[in-house]
Write a protein that binds this ligand. Structure first.
Ligand code: SF4
Length: 164
């Protein structure tokens, strides 16, 4: 049976489809990577007073909810901002599909002392539906998608797997 599509998978779909395939197929090297460690430290220390890590169906892993109806995702940089935005839009989409309406999102960048608001449009919903179909096809392939030489490869946890 297919696993549920999590917000992190949507994030990886935008970042790199090969990375998505590794992640879905449980080839995980994230804990060794310095960038991921920084992310975890940030996560633990940035917003100590807020309610943190709300997990819904293992699909949504919200960093925290501070005020009613606004879910927050914490990111360390804006390097792949588009992917973070789509991850949060997917959370809002997922909740809406289950009857939870009127939710908005916010992405916080504590290192930059910035945040951006995220809302789900009708167009986003159509896009997410097409992503879910494409993503499901990709993760069920026998082999990962071909390597694309990307700018982010050098800081990716799978670098050694892809390049050596
Ligand atoms: S090293 Fe590059 S190609 Fe390989 S999974 Fe990471 S981002 Fe994708």
């Amino acid at each position: 049976m297919d696993k549920p599509i999590s917000g992190m998978m949507i994030y990886y779909y935008i970042v790199c489809k090969r990375k998505l395939w590794y992640f879905y197929n449980q080839i995980q090297m994230e804990s060794d990577n310095e960038n991921v460690k920084i992310g975890k430290v940030l996560d633990e220390n940035a917003y100590e007073r807020a309610d943190k890590h709300i997990n819904i169906d293992d699909v949504i892993n919200i960093d925290y909810i501070k005020s009613k109806g606004i879910l927050h995702e914490v990111k360390k940089s804006k390097k792949i901002e588009e992917a973070g935005i789509m991850q949060v839009k997917y959370y809002i989409y997922y909740l809406k599909e289950r009857g939870v309406e009127g939710i908005k999102g916010k992405i916080d960048y504590p290192l930059l002392k910035q945040s951006i608001d995220v809302e789900l449009t009708d167009e986003d919903e159509k896009y997410i539906e097409s992503v879910l179909l494409d993503l499901t096809e990709i993760v069920n392939r026998q082999l990962p998608p071909l390597l694309e030489n990307k700018r982010i490869c050098k800081s990716c946890a799978y670098f050694e797997l892809c390049y050596i």
